[in-house]
Design a protein around this ligand. Structure first.
Ligand code: ADP
Ligand code: MG
Length: 307
């Protein structure tokens, strides 16, 4: 069996290079001291995310293709949250000598298969030695002509919306979700969002990030939350309600955004749900039953945090 040790660092880089066809805008891809790309006339976006074996995934439980796919997908979701266009990726790998080369190849195949439809070019990276596998991806993107969306522009009176359904992603969606790149750009064009974030830490926590950055509060209506069937399934197996799963489970990678515009549910081909409204900062974040019956709802359990 071929391992990292048998091909060496440069053998591995050669394997990666063979898989790549550089697309438009890449002047110099893998193979020089630095990549060379044409700057676009729009604002540039840069994001990075990493995954570590034993923390973010278990190599025995998850296929390498899915792990590679997810590393790119979580970065795509961050570019989506700014309503940008993903363009170029840099990939750093931490590998150990007896790691099978086939495992790394499958990891790359999963990553590159998702790169294709999003027109992302892998233009460089690094390889280093580590006792457990880890990978870090830096994704460069471009804002469109319409600009970008930050977390900090929500104003009292704005409506709060989410795409898709929430909760229970651990049952599968966290590995196979489609980053909302197209949807985010349509939202930017059509609905002039005042703030946006992708739901990675859980709806409640990510809404809190918008509220903090925008210095506002929110009323959220429990009866409006689009609860996924996975959240209901999980609820049957533990002590948390489907609503609590929808509120706190991480890695939905849906978009959470605010807008002054009244948006119908089915305008994008992807479900958009109104879940509440932005209020003044001093009101805080309140979970209420419904607009008609605005009594407080108790929600337990916090979202995911590394430390
Ligand atoms: P240097 O020693 O100058 O950092 P390297 O030997 O690390 O160069 O890398 C050689 C080339 O291979 C560079 O273009 C680098 O970007 C690319 N490269 C290295 N590791 C990876 C990787 N994991 N994925 C993609 N490209 C890589
Ligand atoms: Mg290097």
């Amino acid at each position: 069996m071929k391992t990292i040790k048998s091909v060496g660092e440069f053998g591995l880089i050669e394997q990666i290079r063979k898989k790549i066809k550089s697309g438009s805008g890449v002047v110099q891809g893998i193979g020089d001291d630095a990549a060379v790309i044409h700057p676009s006339k729009n604002l540039e976006l840069v994001t990075t995310d990493s995954i570590v074996e034993g923390i973010d995934f278990l190599a025995k439980k998850t296929s390498p293709e899915k792990i590679g796919r997810k590393l790119l997908a979580i970065n795509l979701s961050d570019i989506a949250a700014m309503a940008g266009n993903p363009r170029y990726a840099l990939l750093s790998l931490g590998v150990y000598p007896n790691l099978p080369l086939s495992w790394v190849n499958r990891f790359l195949n999963g990553l590159l298969k998702l790169a294709r439809p999003f027109k992302v070019d892998l233009i460089g990276g690094d390889v280093s030695r580590s006792s457990q596998f880890w990978a870090s991806l830096t994704l460069l993107g471009e804002a469109t002509e319409s600009g970008y969306v930050s977390r900090s522009g929500a104003k009292p009176g704005d409506s709060i919306y989410v795409t898709g359904d929430l909760g229970g992603s651990i049952l599968g969606k966290h590995l196979n979700f489609m980053p909302r790149v197209r949807e985010a750009q349509e939202i930017l064009k059509k609905f002039h969002p005042t703030s946006m974030i992708d739901i990675s830490d859980g709806f409640f926590q990510d809404l809190s990030h918008i509220l903090e950055e925008s210095k506002v509060g929110a009323n959220v209506y429990a009866s409006q939350i689009p609860i996924s069937s996975a959240a209901r399934t999980l609820s049957g197996k533990d002590k948390h309600s489907p609503l609590e799963h929808a509120f706190h489970d991480g890695e939905d990678f849906e978009l959470l955004f605010t807008s002054k515009i009244k948006i119908p549910t089915a305008v994008l081909g992807t479900k958009i749900t109104w879940v509440g409204e932005i209020v003044q900062s001093k009101m805080g974040l309140n979970v209420l039953e419904s607009l008609k019956n605005p009594k407080k709802v108790k929600i337990s359990r916090k979202g995911y945090a590394h430390f």
